[in-house]
Design a protein around this ligand. Structure first.
Ligand SMILES: *Cc1c(COP(=O)(O)O)cnc(C)c1O
Length: 356
């Protein structure tokens, strides 16, 4: 791996900033982008000179393999600002490892660690004013890689582009969501790409999710593809169940995305003395727990919404409402995570990463 220092990133600064046109109080997630973007091309078996340029459209051949075979992976992470203007990332090493794990599964060459971190910090320093302080405000970062080679034979490309774009995100109160447990469609299969943040995984969920939405459920909780008896995860979130005072979440496997929020919640539960079982969770036991009143909470965990509480689920034509509890674990974990991310709480596991 070649050594790279910041000044070696080619930077073309935007002449004007769009920031004054942005209403930071009314941001719709993922629609507004900052002034700059980072990119780096893979050509002749090597990652080339990384660049930062003004955010904007780019030219790609219609025959680029990404459009035909979906050879693309991505990451989702956030930058936070404390009241003194210091900027932090949350466990970015995990995102770095994961994008390369995803890339490997899609036959995409690995991206060098120093490029990833220098790219992030240079870009964040340029677009720092887009990160607003205040609990829950953040800058959503989207690193991604895709096959650019202009050739439509079904084989891995010889050229790729790695990019990072940034989108300001607002502290938002998320309503509790209603979900449907999958009985017919599947998100991923054994030996497949479910563990990877592969672009196609998400496209494949849109149709079954739209069917669920027509029935009044915002999201699908995916079950194992072979039996549909075990609950695995949501479309972009891992999932936790609280029965009595105990948490349960499915173990990672090749169908489930190894979420950073999930593993942080498991650690926080341990810190707080909350028992958390990592084991298979059956639809049957959750329905029984809902019926006998021991099911206290279900919530999703993922970078975008942090913790997303669930108010009801549907399975086999039956709808189960989950009454709100006073001592919500969802709220507890959300507060703890946000406080660590915003430099308001002790960070005993070293999860905060200061962007200098
Ligand atoms: C990104 C993602 C998650 C959550 O991962 P985090 O690292 O916590 O953001 C969970 N499941 C799927 C399918 C995802 O794509």
């Amino acid at each position: 791996m070649t050594k790279l220092s910041t000044y070696e990133i080619d930077i073309v600064k935007s002449e004007t900033s769009k920031i004054d046109q942005v209403d930071f109080n009314n941001l719709v997630f993922g629609r507004t982008f900052t002034d700059h973007m980072f990119y780096c091309d893979y050509v002749n078996g090597e990652w080339q000179q990384p660049k930062i340029v003004p955010y904007g459209p780019m030219t790609i051949e219609p025959s680029a393999r990404v459009f035909h075979y979906g050879q693309a992976v991505f990451e989702g992470m956030k930058a936070y600002k404390d009241d003194d203007g210091n900027v932090f990332l949350f466990r970015p090493d995990q995102n770095f490892k994961r994008i390369n794990k995803s890339a490997k599964r899609l036959a995409i060459p690995e991206f060098p660690e120093n490029y990833f971190f220098e790219g992030l910090s240079t870009l964040l320093n340029l677009d720092k004013s887009w990160i607003k302080p205040g609990l829950g405000n953040s800058l959503y970062l989207r690193p991604f890689v895709f096959a650019t080679e202009a050739a439509i034979s079904a084989s891995p490309a010889n050229t790729y582009r790695f990019m990072i774009i940034c989108s300001p995100a607002k502290a938002y109160y998320t309503d509790r969501v209603r979900v449907l447990f999958a009985e017919k469609y599947s998100r991923s299969a054994n030996g497949g790409v479910g563990f990877a943040k592969a672009a196609g995984n998400y496209a494949a969920q849109f149709y079954p999710t739209s069917l669920a939405q027509k029935k009044g459920f915002q999201q699908v909780i995916w079950t194992d593809a072979s039996t549909h008896k075990y609950l695995e995860e949501a479309g972009t979130m891992n999932i936790f169940f609280r029965i009595g005072d105990k948490l349960i979440t499915a173990p990672n496997n090749d169908r489930i995305l190894d979420g950073v929020t999930r593993k942080s919640v498991i650690q926080l539960a341990e810190d707080l003395g909350i028992e958390c079982d990592v084991r298979r969770v059956s639809v049957k036991e959750i329905k029984e727990a809902a019926q006998n009143g021991t099911l206290k909470e279900i919530f999703g965990a993922g970078t975008a919404a942090v913790i997303s509480p669930i108010s009801a689920f549907e399975h086999g034509g039956d709808v189960f409402e989950i009454p709100e509890v006073d001592d919500s674990y969802a709220t507890l974990f959300k507060t703890r995570l946000l406080n660590i991310q915003h430099n308001l709480a002790e960070d005993k596991h070293g999860w905060r990463y200061e962007v200098l």
